[in-house]
Design a protein around this ligand. Structure first.
Ligand SMILES: NC(=O)c1ccc[n+]([C@@H]2O[C@H](COP(=O)([O-])OP(=O)(O)OC[C@H]3O[C@@H](n4cnc5c(N)ncnc54)[C@H](OP(=O)(O)O)[C@@H]3O)[C@@H](O)[C@H]2O)c1
Length: 265
């Protein structure tokens, strides 16, 4: 039986950082499946790490056939999934009335639907604690945008609330099998994300966000540690913990008021 990791969003940013961190620190896995549409980026990652366990899988997670073939691939071998990282995601800045229909659909599809369907497809193959070892682990990349509605990023923040709530409920369902589900909630991270979210208008965070930008590698390392420790949620870093606390302690309307003033740029 082969113990494997399945990682989406592996072609850039946080997903790529997870792959590098796992290659460097985990010797227990037999194969590491790295999933994205840009196969050239996946191949480059294989060349960069030189890790023979990496298996690039070109897949569009919004395509039902690609999702189905991942399931077929899992059932075609003797695989046990020790780690599933749902990292693929996107968002488009702007008010809903100005957002493109296809961008709204892609955000909901990749961030919510495909994350849920892939998890469902992988679950029968997850390692459980019945095998006298610790069970498998699922890491879902949510965001601190999950804590509150965010005007100007409404679909994205709502999609991440879904990821957070889905992860918490799934974790409770899977606890008897020893499978840990960790929802990771970072604030701004330096990746390609912002450029895509603004159609290239901005590539670096500015304003208040500039001071709290996180490094993708450090985030990946902290997320893996949190998951090993069985944490259900990782709010990454201190600034986002403050934001999380405020989102629980203060009236939503008040925070929305300040959010709109502070996050203008
Ligand atoms: N960067 C931030 O500030 C930040 C903050 C909080 C949370 N997050 C979350 O972190 C996760 C990773 O984002 P990132 O910052 O690393 O951004 P990124 O560099 O743009 O990475 C996004 C990844 O998602 C993949 N992806 C997008 N659509 C896909 C599709 N239809 N099928 C398959 N793969 C798809 C992309 O691969 P291909 O394009 O090659 O398919 C890419 O590997 C996302 O869920 C994001 O919401 C990011």
């Amino acid at each position: 039986m082969k113990e494997i990791a399945v990682i989406t969003g592996a072609s850039s940013g946080i997903g790529e950082a997870f792959v590098k961190e796992i290659c460097a620190s985990d010797e227990t896995l037999d194969e590491i499946w790295i999933i994205a549409r840009r196969s050239d980026k996946l191949d480059a990652l294989v060349a960069l790490t030189g890790d023979r366990r990496l298996r690039p899988v070109k897949a569009d997670l919004t395509d039902p056939e690609d999702l189905e073939s991942l399931g077929t691939r899992l059932s075609s071998g003797d695989y046990r999934v020790a780690l599933l990282i749902n990292c693929a995601g996107l968002g488009k800045r702007g008010n809903v009335e100005n957002n493109e229909l296809e961008d709204i659909a892609a955000t909901i599809n990749v961030n919510c639907q495909s994350l849920t369907l892939l998890t469902k497809i992988v679950l029968p193959f997850m390692k459980t604690s019945e095998e006298k070892k610790k069970g498998g682990r699922i890491i879902n990349i949510a965001s601190s945008a999950a804590f509150l509605p965010q005007p100007g990023f409404a679909v994205y923040s709502a999609s991440k609330s879904y990821v957070l709530n889905f992860s918490r409920a799934l974790g409770a369902e899977l606890a008897p099998k020893g499978i840990v589900v960790t929802a990771v909630c970072p604030g701004p991270v330096a990746t390609e994300f912002l450029g895509k979210a603004t159609n290239g208008r901005e590539t670096e965070f500015s304003g208040i966000r500039k001071n709290v930008v996180a490094d993708a590698g450090k985030l990946a390392e902290a997320s893996l540690k949190a998951s090993y420790r069985g944490r259900k949620i990782l709010v990454y870093k201190f600034s986002q913990k403050l934001f999380h606390f405020a989102s629980k302690a203060l009236p939503t309307s008040l925070i929305l008021h300040f959010e709109q003033k502070l996050l203008k740029n």
